[in-house]
Design a binder for this molecule. Structure first.
Ligand SMILES: CC(=O)N[C@H]1[C@@H](OP(=O)(O)OP(=O)(O)OC[C@H]2O[C@@H](n3ccc(=O)[nH]c3=O)[C@H](O)[C@@H]2O)O[C@H](CO)[C@@H](O)[C@@H]1O[C@H](C)C(=O)N[C@@H](C)C(=O)N[C@H](CCC(=O)O)C(=O)O
Ligand SMILES: Nc1ncnc2c1ncn2[C@@H]1O[C@H](COP(=O)(O)OP(=O)(O)OP(=O)(O)O)[C@@H](O)[C@H]1O
Ligand SMILES: N[C@H](CCC[C@H](N)C(=O)O)C(=O)O
Ligand SMILES: [Mg+2]
Length: 483
């Protein structure tokens, strides 16, 4: 769709200057990327106000401006449209521009603090194995059926989302599974999308740098369910303290899953091993390669979703036993001398606690558990002491190191982590600023039977220091040490 007037359908509009009956080239919110005949959308960002770049956008060829505040001088021949919320306007325009691709596909969104990538990726795998064409928008990668694209965000901006959904329609995709982050909801990246279903995983401490309080973070997550249509399903983890709250005001069909509480979809754990877990679903026993109670929650959500989308229950359970774990989520290698190294994306206190409890659950008792962990720079600082406490409390040895210090001083991050270590655990901790050295140190300390957990970076293949990303891969590093 190229006519601006059509693209503005359903956008809440204030004042208009100029002609809206014009053909446009593209929707662009970054002045540096403007081309001839584009519409520039001025967003009030976290670090800068996009309204400052309106003139720049016009000089590069923008023919229309979407803004919250009119500039003091308007230019002849340019269309100015004032909107109450530019992020929301952008999202609705993006849907219109690509002819509402979300209404032509079965789109399911996954939200919650942890487990989004795992659930979305495993649903992608499951539906592929069931013979469908499938799409995926995740932290790790974007898939348009078999074609892979690089992901830059967990939930991309609304233009990017709709452009990929459009590609999926062209490729004949039936189902798309996407992660819905709290930043995404708050910045209206998913506004205007038509969801067939929504899944809530859990809520725990994260992103309190961005959201002022935990309550605000929780309310933002709830907005996703508030916006679901009546035709959709809203599936929630009822064992989570906030599971019920999320569905309080939704119009969608409410469905629940659980391991403990009475629920529409319930799974029981029968046996835990390092190679997998035996579960029982409505009396049917299923073996899965996934490890950890948290992953059985993820799996229960997946089984429930597949059923809610109409797949045959027996077929679903058969495929579940074939699902492979997601890259960087509890991925492990064993050295020639019997040391196990686990790479996991645990970057929140709750995730780290779950992974370490899982390891402690399956260990035999005599071996050492060594945890290597850091905390990201320019991110929630209050996570730092908590994660250090958990690592030192639940391991025999904790090595604190760098994890994407970004623009912060890496030593300062380590100092803030150390503040969370209690006096009795202090002797179990060590700080090694350089992540490569930290991994080497753990390998040197370990012997047959020991378990090394390398937490926080999972699938990431870079270390970001001072805005520069250099190649770094935890799994690659530990394999090198093992050889
Ligand atoms: C904190 C945050 O969410 N930032 C996002 C936000 O950027 P921002 O608000 O800082 O933008 P800004 O730099 O202030 O600029 C404001 C506006 O001016 C425009 N601009 C800016 C400069 C210029 O010369 N010309 C111009 O037009 C920008 O394009 C923007 O529209 O809007 C940008 C455009 O959509 C996003 O790329 C950017 O994501 C940054 C890179 C980011 O790191 N985001 C993370 C925190 C994030 O979103 N994470 C969540 C997952 C978290 C999780 O669950 O673990 C995610 O969904 O990925
Ligand atoms: N259901 C769960 N409950 C608690 N922790 C989990 C759960 N699923 C996964 N985890 C832990 O959280 C880590 C991240 O998992 P995953 O990537 O699936 O989460 P995410 O919600 O996509 O995270 P992000 O916000 O970074 O996109 C995993 O490596 C694991 O340690
Ligand atoms: N989506 C999360 C990922 C954190 C991963 C961790 N390795 C870090 O860099 O802090 C974020 O951007 O906050
Ligand atoms: Mg994710």
């Amino acid at each position: 769709m190229n006519n601006l007037k059509d693209i503005l359908y359903k956008v809440s509009i204030g004042q208009v200057f100029g002609n809206t009956n014009i053909e446009i080239n593209n929707l662009v919110f970054d002045s540096r990327k403007i081309e001839k005949d584009d519409v520039f959308i001025a967003q009030k960002g976290v670090s800068v106000d996009g309204h400052l770049f309106i003139e720049k956008a016009i000089s590069l060829g923008a023919v229309a401006i979407i803004c919250e505040d009119f500039p003091s001088d308007t230019k002849e021949g340019i269309t100015y449209i004032q909107v109450p919320n530019a992020n929301e306007a952008l999202a609705i325009m993006a849907s219109n521009f690509y002819e509402n691709p979300s209404s032509k596909i079965q789109l399911v969104g996954v939200t919650g603090t942890n487990g989004k990538t795992t659930i979305a990726s495993l649903l992608y795998q499951l539906f592929k194995k069931a013979g469908y064409k499938v799409g995926l928008l995740s932290t790790v990668k974007i898939m348009v059926d078999d074609i892979e694209f690089k992901a830059t965000h967990t939930t991309p901006d609304s233009v990017t989302i709709n452009s990929y959904l459009d590609k999926m329609i062209d490729a004949g995709v039936d189902y798309c599974f996407m992660e819905v982050s709290s930043h995404g909801i708050h910045q209206k990246r998913t506004e205007g999308l038509k969801f067939t279903g929504g899944i809530f995983t859990n809520l725990s401490h994260d992103h309190l740098d961005y959201h002022a309080t935990f309550t605000e973070y929780r309310n933002v997550k709830k907005q996703f369910f508030d916006a679901l249509p009546k035709s959709a399903f809203a599936l929630t983890n009822i064992d989570d303290k906030n599971g019920n709250f999320m569905l309080q005001n939704t119009k969608a069909k409410k469905k629940t899953y659980a391991l403990k509480t009475l629920a529409d979809f319930k799974t029981k754990i029968l046996e835990k091993q390092l190679s997998g877990t035996l579960i029982s679903v409505d009396g049917t026993e299923v073996w899965t390669k996934l490890i950890g109670v948290f992953n059985i929650y993820n799996l229960t959500a997946i089984i429930a979703t597949a059923e809610l989308l109409g797949l045959d229950k027996l077929e679903v359970l058969t495929i579940v036993s074939e699902l492979e774990s997601v890259s960087g989520r509890f991925e492990y290698v064993v050295s020639n001398n019997g040391v196990t190294a686990i790479v996991d994306y645990a970057h929140t206190p709750d995730a780290l606690k779950n992974v370490l409890e899982t390891i402690n659950d399956i260990r035999t008792g005599n071996e050492k558990v060594i945890t290597i962990v850091g905390c990201g720079g320019d991110r929630d600082k209050t996570k730092r002491p908590k994660m250090a406490h958990i690592a030192s409390q639940l391991s025999n040895q904790a090595i604190f190191t760098s994890d994407n210090p970004r623009t912060e001083n890496p030593q300062t991050i380590l100092d803030e982590m150390e503040k969370g270590v209690s006096a009795e655990n202090y002797k179990k901790t060590l700080t090694v600023l350089n992540r490569k050295q930290a991994i080497k140190t753990a390998c040197k300390f370990s012997k047959n039977g020991d378990i090394i957990l390398i937490a926080g970076k999972g699938h990431e293949n870079y270390q970001e220091i001072n805005g520069v990303r250099s190649h770094f891969d935890d799994l690659e590093e530990v394999k090198n040490c093992f050889n």
